[in-house]
Design a protein around this ligand. Structure first.
Ligand code: MSP
Length: 513
């Protein structure tokens, strides 16, 4: 399919409520999807929940309900949270849906027929937290480094996936960027891992009941990661037939965090190669959000939920605070204090104040009987640029998935070359201060009309840049330009604004807290 863009998030385990970490990935995907749509791409944005496996079964048992009842309830929390955050996915896949299960069975049956799956004894150390086997080398003091629990010694007669057959191919694909892993440091980590450890065959089934039964041996269920990975295909409506891949495949980007990069760069390409399907184009592994330097956990009592953020700041501000919480790709340290500070500085004071101030000036202009006037050559952007410079930088950052830098173009300052450029809001604040339009209005100087025109037209562009990040705020600001048609409002050209005092002052966007 031409002009398509397929992006995914991990499907989240339903054994806990959505937290700010899963919100971070899902929001990032939403921002990228909205941007790609604005570029005219046909976008498919997939997210969902991973509902099988020991963890979900265990939680259901503790809650005294059937696993299905349990995951029905907890999966809904995710859909609710994404709705509250104004996330617009194309499909929400659940691994307990009958369509998904059927397709998984069909795909596994194919691998079994092709002898990529065989029967064997599997012995290993299993961490139920990761739902993965661990090697002795990976443990720290005998414990899983991520979950701080002692892995179980499992010895079962299982069905095994011949991952070893694809070790070299996977290594080459990553080396040549046919499967591009970003950020580059993560690609290098993966490559050095693959060079030191040739991939070995892995257990692909378990003798547990909560899962997808193997079509040729119903006493075993599919390994939860095998089941989960196939969501990236079944979420597009794939029925499990390798001859008929979905039109949106391959994925343009799998968005994940660093915790699950290794499985995504080994088991998943292995499955695809065995099915004879193309590899994803790109995997982007972002960092972790930490609270005061620590992982969020119930026992530390430092978990922040998306619901908390929305209650404190509203959904639009929550989106901004999350999206700007870290350099995209690195870990980021968050706290309520930092969020409060940033809300006041960037949203109440920065953005909100600029909008209120600019439209008040426009009102004064009107009252003085002066008109907006297309800015003359006197108007200059940073570095003496005679052309609006911000789109170019913003688009380049979007192409690199540097989401935090796109926001810096709007909100703070950034370094496209060596030179530091003030972000658009900062630049406009300084522009107002330097030009003192209120003084010119008092003096009935027509130059005031040019200054305010320049200001408002910059604000229109600012609203367009905000759109993927804060869609509703963007709409509210654009609504102020009532003289323009919806298409005109969205044009990235300079000078769409007519020379008429025809606009509606927006309401206060972000009250100070
Ligand atoms: N179910 C598997 C994924 C299967 S995908 C085929 C899984 N689920 S998970 O619920 O544990 O989600 C892990 C993902 O949640 C991370 O990769 C990341 O996207 C997100 N995050 C969870 N905690 C996070 C932070 N503290 N910070 C940032 N993102 C984190 O693994």
């Amino acid at each position: 399919m031409e002009n398509k863009f397929y992006l995914t998030t991990p499907i989240y385990y339903t054994n806990s409520r959505p937290h700010i970490g899963s919100a971070y990935t899902t929001l990032a995907a939403d921002i990228i999807a909205r941007w790609q749509k604005e570029q005219g791409k046909k976008v498919f944005f997939l997210t969902g929940t991973d509902e099988h496996g020991t963890k979900n079964a265990q939680k259901a048992k503790e809650a005294g309900v059937s696993p299905q009842e349990y995951v029905d309830k907890t999966s809904a929390y995710f859909r609710q949270a994404w709705q509250d955050l104004h996330i617009e996915y194309t499909n929400f896949i659940r691994t307990t849906s009958p369509e998904h299960k059927k397709a998984v069975q069909k795909a596994l049956a194919y691998l079994w027929e092709k002898k990529y799956i065989y029967k064997g004894k599997y012995k290993g150390l299993y961490c139920p937290g990761c739902e993965q086997f661990k090697t002795e080398k990976e443990l720290v003091n005998g414990l899983c480094p991520d979950h701080k629990i002692k892995p179980l010694v499992l010895e079962e007669e299982n069905y095994i996936f011949r991952l070893s057959a694809f070790s070299e191919k996977i290594e080459k694909a990553i080396e040549k960027d046919e499967l591009l892993i970003l950020p580059l440091k993560r690609k290098n980590e993966m490559l050095s891992f693959l060079r030191q450890n040739k991939l070995t065959d892995i257990s692909f089934s378990r003798k547990i009941s909560w899962g997808v039964p193997l079509p040729w041996d119903s006493s075993q269920t599919a390994y939860v990661w095998a089941d989960a990975f196939l969501n990236y295909l079944t979420g597009l409506g794939w029925t499990g037939d390798p001859q008929n891949p979905p039109a949106f495949w391959p994925a343009d980007v799998h968005l994940i965090a660093k915790d699950i990069l290794r499985v995504h760069a080994t088991i998943w390409p292995g499955i695809l190669l065995a099915l004879g399907l193309p590899l994803p184009k790109k995997i982007f592994a972002h960092g972790f959000l930490l609270v005061d330097g620590q992982k969020m956990s119930k026992s530390l009592g430092n978990v922040i939920s998306p619901e908390d953020l929305i209650n404190w700041y509203g959904a639009e501000a929550a989106r901004y605070l999350l999206a700007s919480a870290a350099v995209f790709g690195e870990d980021g340290d968050i706290s309520k204090e930092k969020f409060n500070e940033k809300y006041n500085a960037d949203l109440a004071h920065g953005l909100g104040n600029l909008i209120a101030r600019s439209f008040s000036l426009a009102e004064k202009l009107k009252q003085a009987g002066l008109k907006l006037k297309k800015a003359s050559e006197k108007e200059k952007w940073p570095n003496n640029s005679a052309k609006f410079p911000y789109w170019q930088d913003y688009e380049k950052y979007f192409a690199d998935l540097a989401l935090d830098k796109c926001l810096a173009v709007i909100f703070s300052s950034y370094f496209p070359d060596k030179e530091k450029i003030p972000g658009l809001i900062k630049f406009l604040d300084e522009y107002i201060t330097a030009n003192q339009p209120w003084r010119l209005i008092k003096e009935k100087d027509e130059r005031a009309g040019e200054i305010i025109y320049f200001l408002l037209e910059n604000i229109r562009h600012l609203a367009l840049m905000l759109a993927p990040f804060m869609p509703i705020t963007s709409e509210k600001i654009l609504a102020a330009f009532s003289a323009l048609s919806p298409e005109e409002k969205r044009k990235r050209e300079w000078g769409m604004l007519p020379e008429k005092n025809d606009w509606q002052k927006p309401q206060i966007l972000f009250p100070k807290i």
